[in-house]
Design a protein around this ligand. Sequence first.
Ligand SMILES: *Cc1c(COP(=O)(O)O)cnc(C)c1O
Length: 480
Amino acid sequence: MAQTNELLRSLPSIAVLLEHNEVEEWLVGLPRSAVVEALRIAVDAARDAILAGDASDPIDPRDLLAHAENVLVDLGTPSLRRVINATGIVLHTGLGRAPLCDAAIEAIAEGAAGYCNLEYELDTGSRGSRIAHVSAEIAKLTGAEAGTVVNNNAAATLLILHALADGRETVVSRGHLIEIGGSYRLPDVMRAGGTILTEVGTTNRTRISDYERAINDRTAVLLNVHTSNYRIVGFTEETGIAAIAELAHHYNLLAVDDLGSGAMFDLTTLGLPDEPSVRASIAAGADLVCFSGDKLLGGPQCGIIAGRRECIERLHADPLMRTYRVGKMTLLALEATLRHYRDQNDAVEHIPALAMLAATTEELAGRAGALCEQLQAAMPDEHFFVCSDVAFAGGGAMPARELPTVVIQWRPARMSTESATSALRHADVPVIARVRDDAVCLDLRTIRRDDEEDLVESVASVGVADADEGDDGDTSLPVL
Ligand SMILES: *Cc1c(COP(=O)(O)O)cnc(C)c1O
């Protein structure tokens, strides 16, 4: 066993390491400061190991270079990365909800690279309104008088209550006091909006008479909430927005409908579970309807509000409006997404979230067969099977609604399903899969055609035993 001092003396200097051929190659593509920093981190780690008594042999410079290379790769890897969603959950909040349509991506790329008339009237050369680019389209598509947009639907709800019911009472059914993930609880949002919550009815049954009894001269709003993330089944009674709106108007109050996901047309025409549409809610008399831009609409994160002009104007006059302002990228993407809704078929064809939800099991099975063959060819020692399955495709939008789907099942020969799913998350292009029946399930509903090649590569990097162990020659360094 070598002495500590002897080991420390075996550590090469940074200057010596910089002369290695490998390092000279790194310097062709990377700034010298980054390379020096990575070498220093590797040498410091080796020194710490020696001092801690964890090293018994002289340091091999090749180990230092391998460590430095890993540091450089990490440094060049962004924290926010593309992943392949093989979970089958189309609107997965953890994976960024709706993938955008091509038109939205093109609009963002063009508008973000330069300037745009965000708040500028090209006709007059004067200051304009950023909301104006989408408000008319929101109104037209929903049948409302006016529309507006804020940062997300949570902000939309809070803004509405603040602008219309601050210091006054808002009546809500006990069956509607929802929590949706990420610390959003409706009673807390209402408190933050400054309105006083009046709960009526019971968890499973609320009648219009319950609402009526709660109304007094401090009441401002009757709030209806679409409980999209759970369902109460059995002995239930719901009042519905039409009756709530009629009651509200009888007492000169406002009816607000928080739809959450907000379908833009009747989804049952696509063979999907029934979701209340924004247009139906407006037609039923809601004064304001709010919903997310990145749920069933399939657009960018935002909160869309449609309704009576006078109410929308009150929202615009509220100081909170400015704090929930959306940026140009959101508006560019939203306008492009909304345009597709002028024609329902056009929307289903071009908006990825709708296309994924509408895909039939026959289509999915066809793609699964071909993909399964590719996986099998890349990994002859592993077994892949195409299976039908049932998944909660909606995620943030319809998580309580099951949809039939098609998956590729993989029971890894050499590792547990847990090790395999973990390794898939660490692949160059991470793959997020679900586990069922002790198999890794790759759900075709959310695997995009453009993902297929990388998916095969990522699975092969996990499934082919020790494919390139000890050979890091093909690790490509990032361009910093
Ligand atoms: C999803 C949802 C929200 C929150 O919407 P975000 O856009 O995520 O802020 C609010 N209310 C309901 C009913 C929802 O489903």
